[in-house]
Write a protein that binds this ligand. Structure first.
Ligand code: C5P
Length: 242
């Protein structure tokens, strides 16, 4: 296991369940997972359908909320967006590192200002480096000649220098990033599949245990839990694998 400041925390509390569905199904899933899962992830689909009230609904039910809106705009706008996202009660938010250091610093200022007003800790700020849907050819197309892994490294360095909390990364990149960013950085990995589970549209996958061993602080799992006949039992089975 790579050294990480999160290693002493219960791994069950570091599983984030991605609720990529409509409001009704998301609330049913939250009911089933209440008291088991500590975190849910709200992505663009659910958020743009429901608005900030969806974050409040999960917070009222005792969940931490990862609000994955992948912000990208000028620093002034992102400072405001990060402030507004944190004011909804979101505990973790995402932004594209491609927006540059000043934009990332703006996001950090936004969540810190929200924390001062609301009390409590500032929301965790996570940078998106290279989307896992992009390969060498699609990077070349937009004028980036570096290999994807090199581009991830460069952008993770920009995120760290700007003072945000960490990055979202594939489990394959996690160990390289843990070494680069040190034990305190948040490294959140999607693309996680329990042993023997259907991969769906994810290609480069790792099991939950492998992702944590590679240095992930948190893992994101969606369909293996949300599409299971019994989501609570699927969650428990993943925890027992760890
Ligand atoms: O259902 P599944 O476990 O594949 O869900 C993974 C979640 O993580 C989805 O919400 C997806 O959008 C998100 N994600 C991803 N790969 C990335 C970034 C985010 O799968 N590179």
């Amino acid at each position: 296991m790579l050294e990480s400041a999160f290693a002493s925390t219960n791994p069950a509390d570091r599983i984030i369940v991605a609720l990529d569905c409509g409001r009704e199904e998301a609330m049913e899933l939250a009911e089933a997972l209440r008291g088991k899962s500590k975190w849910v992830k709200v992505g663009m689909t659910l958020y743009y359908a429901c608005g900030p009230s969806i974050v409040a609904a999960f917070k009222q039910r005792g969940f931490n909320v990862f609000l994955d809106l992948k912000l990208h705009d000028i620093p002034f706008q992102i400072e405001g967006a990060a402030y507004s996202a944190a004011m909804t009660g979101a505990d973790m938010i995402t932004m594209h590192t491609l927006g540059g250091a000043e934009m990332l610093k703006g996001a950090q200022r936004g969540v810190e200002r929200a924390a001062q007003e609301r009390g409590g800790e500032a929301a965790v700020t996570l940078g998106i480096t290279v989307l896992t849907s992009m390969d060498q050819a699609s990077l070349n197309q937009i004028g980036i000649d570096r290999a994807p892994a090199e581009q991830v490294k460069l952008l993770a360095g920009v995120a760290q220098d700007a003072g945000i909390s960490g990055v979202v990364a594939s489990p394959q990149e996690a160990s390289m990033l843990r070494e680069l960013l040190g034990p305190r950085a948040y490294i959140v990995t999607p693309g996680v599949r329990p042993a023997g589970a259907d991969k769906g549209d994810q290609s480069r996958v790792a099991t939950p245990a492998q992702a944590f061993e590679n240095g992930a602080s948190h893992i994101v799992i969606g369909r293996p839990i949300t599409k299971a006949e019994d989501p609570a039992a699927a969650f428990d089975a993943i925890v027992s694998e760890l």
